[in-house]
Structures are given as C-alpha cells and as structure tokens.
Design a protein around this ligand. Structure first.
Ligand code: UD1
Length: 423
C-alpha cells in the first residue's frame, strides 16, 4: 500500500499551476452523456475520481479519449442506462449520472450511494425533485430503478437545502424536460455556474446559475461543445494552507480570485498575505499563524466545508484558540484524531464544533488519511511540523489532488511517495 512520507520544516517557494476543478468536471462529464454529440473538455485534472467517471461513460457506450488535460467525449453511441454497482461505488458523486441517464434514455438503473466517510449524505432531495419532474423511482436493496413513462416535465422545484448534487441532478434532468424548470434555493457554487456554461454551449438555455434561482429551458436539440473547466478553488485553498503551515512565498497560476472570496479573509486573518495579478495569486506567510476566533462552514458563498480541514491544520499551530463549526456534514472531523497524533490540541464538542488550542509546534507522526480533504490537511500540517510524518491511505488524496507530491516537491517540500515503508 502506498504511503506519503514528509519531512517537515522546509519553507515553500516557487510557482505552480492550479489544476482544473474536480467538482466541476464530474457533473460536466455526466452531462456530456446526454447530448449525443462530441464534447471537448480542457483543463481536466488527472484524478482517480475523473477516471471513475470516464469508466462509467465508456460503460454506457460513449467513446472517450484523453490527451493530457483534454478529454474528448463522443456520446453519440451511448446505449446503456444501467451502471453496475462496482462502478457506482467507486465514487459517491456518480449519483450525478442518475439525472443524465434519465435525460438521455428516460430510464436509469443505478445503485444508491450509501453514507461515506464524511457523513450520511442522503439523496432524498435528488429523488423528490426528479419524481416531481415525472420520474417513477423504485428503491430495492440499494438499487434505484427509474423510468419516466410520460417523459420528464419542467417544474418549479424548491430545494429545502441548497444541495450541490441535487441542483446538478435537476439541471441534468431538465435538459430533456418539456417546458421550463425553475430551481429555487439552488446551490450557488462556482461549479454550478460552470455546468451551466457548458450546457449553454451545448444548446440548452440556462440562466441564473450562481444565484439562488436557476431556470432551464431546452428544445432537446444539442450541439457539440468545447469547454474549459474552471480552476479548483479547493486545491487553491490547499496551497494557502500549506504556505500558512510551512511558511514561504509561492505563486499559483490559473486561479479565479472571485471563487476564493470566501477563504481569502480567513487566511488573511490567520496572517497570510495575498497578491493577485491577472490569474496569478502570490501567497506569502512567515512566522506563527494567528488564531481565527470562529469559523463556520456554509454553502457558497460561505466558507467551504471542503477547506475546513485545511484551515484546521493552520489553526492547530496558531497563537490562541480557534473554534471551527462544521455546518454542512455531520462527520467531517475525522482528521482531528490524526492531527492530535501530531501534537495538536483539539477537542470536538457535539460532533460539529472543534475547539482548536493552537500549539507552537506540531511533530511528525504516523497518521491515516480518512477522507479526501482531511488527507490533504494532514499533508499540509506535516509540511509545517518538526520531524517525519508518514501518511497512510493516500488514495483519498489522489481522488482530489493531481500529482500531490510532485507539486509540493517542486515548491521545496521534502515529500515522497513510497510503495511500502521498507523503501
Ligand atoms: C458536493 C461536493 C463536495 C462538497 C459538498 C458541499 C462534488 C462532487 N462534491 O457534494 O465536495 O463538500 O458539495 O459543498 O461536487 N443532503 C441531504 N439530502 C440530499 C442531498 C444533500 O440531506 O438529497 C445534505 C448532505 O447530507 C449534506 C448537505 O446536504 O449534509 C450538503 O450536501 P450536498 O451539497 O448535496 O453535497 P454533495 O453534492 O454531495
């Protein structure tokens, strides 16, 4: 089993290019199955989750080619509405193919995703919205059998929480629905706006994405499209956290400053300095992080839950007490016991509040990545810790961060991947 070994203490210096957004490419790949045309998608990160989505596309009959960071999907030959259990389990967000298959074939057979590392993650909002659009869905033994006997019909749908996945599933189903679909209390994440941009290029009319009310109208006629995936704002916050933990000055190219608006003030409050010029961000930090009195995760434009663990790695070294309130997922503190092994002083209260008493130094330890962002947070903490850290279960990190150790080696970190601990 692969591990990452990090010898902490090196400042970070140099330039890196930010990867494309994982959470954007996944729904866009699902959407590409609906059009029956060719989609040329640039800036696709090389990640195991992207491979899992491509495997699903190939399974349902699409032709997919990858040239570096460009993925070309030809969905003209798609002929299967059935995704096997093992492919669905590979990646929880494969539930996004439900809306896509319904839009393409008027039927779908998929496995309902169970809970995962970060929480229960039910799909009740997805299913009730799709049902209101005309889908008849039966659930048996974890299998979802869905059909639309009278086709899909556009509806006014109000989500009782701005779920990212439910918003995407409704948008995908809506592109072959009769009449207008209106989603109220839609998720406002930049990845939703990116999906809308791609759909508009395919001939669908989507307006309001990025705001709370999204309208989708489609005449069912699609065209081939070329699209560039937006930069990954969560990986950008990984670089911010790494500099705040290890110190130094780095330049990250390819950022979208607006998408980082929820995280910039928090890292600035911790003592980071940022300078933006065009699509480049220079992040600089020296000394000891300042505590941030209280941080709450919220749907966009609030502080992202995906950056919470990364921020906690910084708060663990801060000069005082920071309180982190996780408001999106009920089980997103699994990195806490691992940070504690590295000398952090963190107490979890009522599942969703972590009280972080900053310590002057973290030390190396043998730790386990328990989920994607939590794994990156351990690596970031290790870069600023004294001594050697060994991180297990690094496949979690590979789900979201492309060539993690190569990127940070290029910035001066002492980090390497080994197949076994004997190496
Ligand atoms: C997406 C992101 C994930 C991010 C999350 C919140 C992708 C591939 N993943 O996940 O990285 O952390 O948004 O920004 O884009 N919920 C329900 N019922 C539902 C749907 C959701 O109760 O039908 C709850 C969830 O359990 C969770 C909350 O709503 O507590 C947010 O979930 P949601 O926004 O749907 O997140 P995902 O789309 O799964």
């Amino acid at each position: 089993m692969e591990h990452i070994i990090i010898n902490g203490g090196n400042e970070l210096h140099g330039s890196v290019k930010l990867q494309g957004s994982k959470n954007s490419i996944l729904p866009i790949l699902a959407a590409s199955a609906v059009t029956g045309k060719v989609s040329v998608l640039h800036n696709c990160p090389r990640l195991s989750d992207v491979d899992a989505a491509i495997n699903i596309l190939c399974h349902i009959g699409c032709k997919v080619r990858r040239h570096g960071h460009t993925v070309i999907v030809d969905s003209s030959g798609a002929d299967s509405f059935d995704i096997p259990d093992d492919m669905m389990r590979e990646m929880r967000s494969s539930i996004i193919f439900l809306g896509a298959l319904l839009a393409r074939f008027g039927k779908a057979r998929v496995t309902a995703p169970g809970g995962c590392e970060i929480g229960l993650r039910p799909i009740d909002l997805h299913l009730s919205a799709l049902r209101s659009m005309g889908a008849v869905i039966s659930e048996q033994g974890g299998q979802l059998d869905c059909r639309c006997p009278d086709g899909l019909t556009g509806r006014h749908i109000t989500l009782n929480f701005p779920s990212v996945g439910a918003t995407e599933n409704v948008m995908l189903a809506a592109i072959s629905a009769k009449g207008e679909t209106v989603i109220t209390n839609a998720a406002r994440e930049p990845e939703i706006a990116d999906l809308a941009d791609y759909l508009n290029k395919c001939g669908v009319t989507v307006s309001g994405a990025g705001q709370s009310v999204i309208r989708i109208i489609s005449d069912g006629k699609f065209c081939s499209a070329e699209h560039r995936i937006i930069p990954d704002r969560i990986v950008a916050s990984t670089f911010m956290a790494a500099v705040a933990c290890a110190g130094g000055s780095i330049c990250v190219a390819g950022v979208e400053k607006e998408h980082l608006a929820p995280v910039i003030p928090v890292f600035e409050a911790a003592g980071c300095n940022f300078d933006f010029s065009g699509d480049e961000m220079t992040a600089e930090f020296y000394g000891r992080p300042r505590r941030v009195r209280r941080l709450r995760t919220m749907p966009y434009p609030g502080f992202p839950t995906d950056s919470q663990a990364l921020f906690m790695a910084v708060a663990a070294k801060a000069n005082g007490t920071s309180v982190v309130n996780e408001k999106i997922f009920e089980n997103r503190f699994r990195h806490v016991p691992e940070l504690v092994k590295m000398g952090a002083d963190i107490r979890v209260e009522d599942c969703c509040v972590a009280v972080v008493e900053g310590v002057r130094n973290l030390h190396g330890a043998k730790v386990t990545a328990c989920d994607l962002r939590g794994g990156s947070a351990l690596a970031v903490a290790a870069m600023g810790a004294q001594g050697q850290t060994v991180i297990e279960n690094i496949y979690h990190i590979d789900r979201g961060c492309e060539a993690f150790e190569d990127v940070f080696t290029s910035l001066g970190a002492d980090i390497r991947r080994v197949q076994s601990l004997q190496e």
